[in-house]
Design a protein around this ligand. Structure first.
Ligand SMILES: *Cc1c(COP(=O)(O)O)cnc(C)c1O
Ligand SMILES: [Zn+2]
Length: 390
């Protein structure tokens, strides 16, 4: 296992304690060329641990089974999507999002390094995921949340009993402060783009390619850019070892209310600048105005010939309803951006009707339209006539 960290952009390498390259970009574990399909013979089940040969931890630390997404072709959404669409439901992970892939590997590798404290900077899915994985193996977990966090969010995280600290001040900066403080105080922070997390989350790329024949494109919601980096890295490792000739195009989706990566893509900029004009969006899980791996996500898109799309809240909510009503899948609004984005792409004919596209439904979460449709109230003796007239 390599013990150095590498920059995707300028190929410099550093010791593992470094988080960023001299060029400013995030580091990851060096690309490991895969010349054999990574799910080993000894592996069982569908969890990420069937890829144990290429993970930076040798075995799961606890019993939570991360990964093993349900992946299926959705015939019922084909008309709406405008092409052959496959769904990958990451909502079936232990805490309801793909974050569990990274948390599982992060916690296992941390224990193997004989560190018994983990942490994260998050007030959403990642906070719950890291806290749950720490709880499952009985180690300390510190979650740094913004001081003005909503009560229901704290409650959802507190269920797993981590140490929650509400921090005043620039929450974006805290991401970097935490990595530094963690190093000094023996806490392995598993923030959204730390190399251990990226290493766990890259298994999503393997799941997709293993299950979907002739995959042309992947549509993935993006916020910090950590997961887009992870999927890209999985693809690069397959290509580096000769298992993949050309990469599926990576299309990333953002909510129009907070879309710094889409803005950089659309204006052909090299780097992602913070979004200075952020509004509220239903897709709160992807509302990072200053994404730490934004520029890397942009590189992934350019390398694979994809695009970054911006979708408005109405389109997101419509796609969320379609997923539930036509395909029977309940996702949070952030994940519905994929179907909304795919519809944009096929309408613009950037994706053809005969292509094969995977929408990654990243999480189950909460949120969406609040209105409850009216349901009639009837007496028992009137039920039969009600059903007849329905
Ligand atoms: C975290 C998250 C994302 C965004 O992933 P990044 O790695 O931050 O880009 C997308 N969807 C859901 C449901 C998430 O929880
Ligand atoms: Zn660099």
């Amino acid at each position: 296992m390599p013990t150095i960290r590498a920059c995707y952009a300028c190929e410099r390498t550093f010791e593992p304690s470094r988080a960023r390259c001299d060029c400013g970009e995030p580091l990851w574990r060096p690309i490991e060329p895969l010349d054999r399909w990574p799910s080993g013979a000894g592996s069982s089940g569908r969890s990420i641990w069937r890829y144990d040969a290429v993970l930076p931890a040798s075995q799961p630390a606890g019993d939570l089974e991360a990964g093993g997404a349900a992946v299926w072709r959705s015939h019922s959404l084909e008309g709406y999507a405008g092409t052959h669409v496959w769904l990958a439901d990451e909502g079936r992970n232990p805490t309801g999002s793909f974050k569990d892939r990274g948390s599982a590997v992060g916690v296992a590798a941390t224990l193997e390094a004989e560190i018994d404290r983990v942490g994260t900077v998050s007030h959403g899915n990642m906070a719950r995921s890291v806290a749950a994985h720490a709880a499952a193996v009985g180690i300390d977990c510190t979650v740094l949340v913004p001081a003005d966090i909503a009560e229901e969010r704290v409650r959802a995280i507190a269920r797993f009993d981590p140490k929650i600290v509400r921090v005043r001040g620039d929450y974006g900066r805290l991401y970097y402060d935490a990595l530094e403080l963690g190093r000094r105080h023996g806490i392995q922070f598993l923030n959204s783009d730390v190399p251990l997390r990226v290493a766990g989350q890259k298994t999503l790329a393997f799941d997709l390619l293993e299950r979907i024949p002739d995959l042309d494109a992947i549509v993935l919601p993006v916020s910090s850019g950590g997961n887009a980096s992870a999927v890209w890295k999985g693809l690069l490792e397959l290509r580096a070892g000769g298992l993949l000739e050309s990469l599926p195009r990576l299309y990333l989706t953002q909510a129009a209310a907070c879309d710094p990566i889409a803005a950089a893509f659309q204006s052909s900029r090299e780097r992602v600048d913070p979004d200075a004009d952020v509004r509220e969006t239903v897709a709160y899980s992807i509302a990072n105005a200053d994404p730490p791996s934004g520029t890397r996500a942009l590189a992934a898109v350019r390398d694979t010939g994809g695009a970054v799309l911006s979708v408005d809240d109405d389109a997101i909510l419509e796609a969320q309803d379609r997923l539930a009503r036509d395909a029977g899948v309940r996702v949070e609004p952030a994940s519905a951006t994929t179907l909304a984005g795919l519809r944009q792409l096929t309408e613009r004919e950037e994706i053809d009707a005969d292509e094969t596209v995977a929408c990654v439904l990243t999480g189950r979460g909460y949120g969406g339209r609040g209105d409850v449709p009216s349901a009639p109230v009837v007496d028992r003796e009137d039920l039969e006539s009600t059903l007849e007239s329905a």
